[in-house]
Design a protein around this ligand. Structure first.
Ligand SMILES: [Zn+2]
Length: 496
């Protein structure tokens, strides 16, 4: 555990050619070595144009240095820093209002960006793809604005309510209510595997609000079902006004639960094949918090290889919506929200409605993958399954390779550049945006390289880059499904 932590906290340290005081306006640095150094703590922040820089205290070094956000890989330390930067009570109360005022002009207002929006972005970004990859964006201000706008527009505010640890008495009461409602909802969908939630022990310093119950789906839905949510016999439960964890509304309206039991029994959904008597999923799952990462899905007990674990949900939309989101909301949002459904023109849109599989981290050598499975209607189900036996020593982790669809692109890029070694540093030096992985298991390192047509232009903002994405880039969601073959599940086993 200790060794793993050390690996996670490693980061790139740059050395300035001349020693200057921290007030210096000079922002150019010369990379004199390509070693990784361990961050002891983050102690300050400043804006350099559209880049956020942090003052870093290094382990075993006395001098502090300023480093741009995109070179750092120390999410837990950044979250700890964000907590020291905000008044947590005021922050939670003004959250909604702050996000409503968020726009590009904040980038010019040093104080509001550094003091209000940057701490919010640090907390929000730690939950993207289970916190296991780093989106390297040279225009850090622009990419953080895009990400916070997404949180505001898609009702994801709960991910920001993490800077304050609630009193355990309040936590326990809220959690009891949450668990009751979760059990109620999952009973209406007998196919959904049992997911038990574990709240953090007292020793933890960060508390992540749990996923809102009104955002959780237990089967995929169509846009038609979503648009006609009041009349269609599919019910998206209304949000409760009751404030629970850290001033967040994550519960279902209790009046709905009391009055709507019968309606739930008559639930028709997508008129799927009825699997109740021959349940497809027999393994229980767990969801628990990890510091600097947020919620994480694991198996509840050892499972054999090739076991179907759960069905992925979301809103079924045309695949062009995924590309549209990439262009307007950026890679962080699009890559963590859209999954391609091969053999169809559709994808699963998981921006506002999703299931617990949203809390599966990326790994370059993952324990799980996804297969298409017959659903009884025209769009097959996406089913998560174990590629290997997952057990305690493994350590029960569910992981997916989200970036397999980009392997060829990345290889081609580096073949052209003839750069087998030092890939990451080459991209830093050439000022190109990319996605950086630090998983320790046969890690590919670089998972995605910016596909815009002027990635290197000195003053290009994130918006500029996204607006010139290569027109041949046919993004229809992440390629998580291993093939377009459609399987059947009988007695909790895949059959052809
Ligand atoms: Zn990796």
């Amino acid at each position: 555990e200790f060794v793993k932590m050390k690996v996670k906290q490693k980061t790139k340290k740059t050395k300035k050619t001349q020693k200057k005081k921290s007030t210096s306006k000079q922002s150019t640095v010369e990379v004199t070595d390509t070693e990784y150094y361990t961050v002891e703590s983050v102690v300050g922040s400043k804006l350099e144009g559209r880049e956020v820089w942090y003052s870093i205290k290094w382990e075993n070094y006395r001098d502090r240095t300023w480093e741009p956000d995109y070179r750092l890989y120390c999410q837990k330390k950044l979250v700890a820093f964000a907590k020291t930067e905000v008044n947590t009570d005021k922050y939670a109360l003004n959250l909604q209002e702050n996000l409503e005022n968020l726009n590009e002009s904040c980038a010019e207002n040093w104080n509001s960006f550094k003091n209000v929006y940057d701490p919010l972005a640090i907390v929000g970004q730690s939950t993207v793809l289970g916190g296991s990859v780093k989106f390297v964006n040279l225009d850090t201000v622009g990419s953080k604005i895009l990400f916070l706008n997404y949180i505001h527009q898609h009702n994801q505010h709960h991910v920001l309510h993490s800077l304050k640890f609630p009193k355990f008495k309040i936590l326990d009461t809220s959690f009891e209510e949450y668990r009751k409602q979760l059990n109620y909802l999952s009973r209406a969908f007998d196919e959904y595997p049992h997911v038990s939630m574990h709240f953090p022990p007292q020793a933890c310093t960060t508390f992540y609000s749990p996923p809102p119950l009104t955002s959780l789906l237990f089967e995929p839905i169509t846009e038609e079902m979503l648009d006609n949510r009041d009349t269609f016999p599919y019910h998206l439960p209304p949000k409760s006004d009751k404030i629970t964890f850290n001033n967040v509304k994550v519960l279902v309206d209790t009046a709905f639960i009391e009055s709507d039991v019968r309606a739930q029994e008559e639930f028709e959904g997508m008129q799927r094949k009825h699997y109740g008597m021959n349940s497809r999923f027999g393994n229980s799952l767990e969801i628990r918090q990890e510091e600097g990462v947020g919620w994480k899905l694991t198996v509840g007990h050892a499972v054999d290889a090739d076991s179907p674990l759960m069905m992925l949900t979301g809103v079924i939309r045309h695949r062009s919506v995924a590309l549209e989101s990439l262009r307007s909301e950026g890679e962080e949002v699009a890559f963590s929200s859209f999954i391609e459904i091969p053999g169809t023109d559709y994808c699963l849109d998981r921006r506002e409605f999703y299931d617990f599989s949203k809390y599966i981290p990326h790994s370059c050598n993952p324990t799980c993958s996804i297969r298409l499975v017959e659903s009884g209607n025209e769009i097959p189900d996406l089913v998560l399954y174990s590629r290997v036996r997952i057990q305690d020593s493994n350590p029960k982790t569910i992981s997916l390779d989200y970036f397999g669809g980009f392997v060829e692109d990345v290889d081609k890029y580096f073949a052209r550049k003839k750069a087998p070694d030092g890939r990451v540093f080459k991209l830093y030096d050439e000022r190109i945006d990319f996605v950086h992985c630090h998983c320790s298991n046969e890690c590919r390192g670089v998972l995605y390289i910016d596909k815009s047509n002027h990635p290197k232009e000195e003053k290009a903002t994130k918006k500029d880059k996204l607006s010139t994405l290569d027109s041949n880039f046919d993004f229809g969601g992440m390629r998580l499904v291993e093939s377009d073959k459609i399987w059947k599940i009988r007695n909790r086993q895949f059959i052809e």
